[in-house]
Design a protein. Sequence first.
Length: 137
Amino acid sequence: MSKVTLDLNHLFSLQGKVALVTGGSRGIGRMITQGLLQAGAKVYISARNEESCRQAATELSEYGQCIALPADVANPQSRSLLCQSLLQIEPELHILVNNAGTAWVKTKRWLALPFIYALGLVLILMVPLFQWTVVRR
């Protein structure tokens, strides 16, 4: 019989991993952020409202390293700034939780939903491409 530990903290540890949770300041996004932090990940959260994003990051820091990167991922300029900011801070992104939502019933923000979902693809492609470019220089 092997000596492999079945301790859940060891099996599911996210120690040394970096995560971004869009819409991470409240609701399900906040709960996901707390879980990632408790598993040992360093977590960046983004939300449209800068004040609530920063407040949530401060409160969630009780569970681990949580950093606010306020951004409206439905806005192309804000989305680009979020990607640039993250690339300047972190060499790798291991986990992306694309949880940002919008009140599409009351506004025309539903037009931005494809862009919100595309953020995941952009980040997944940009970070490795950026690293590859830096390594090749």
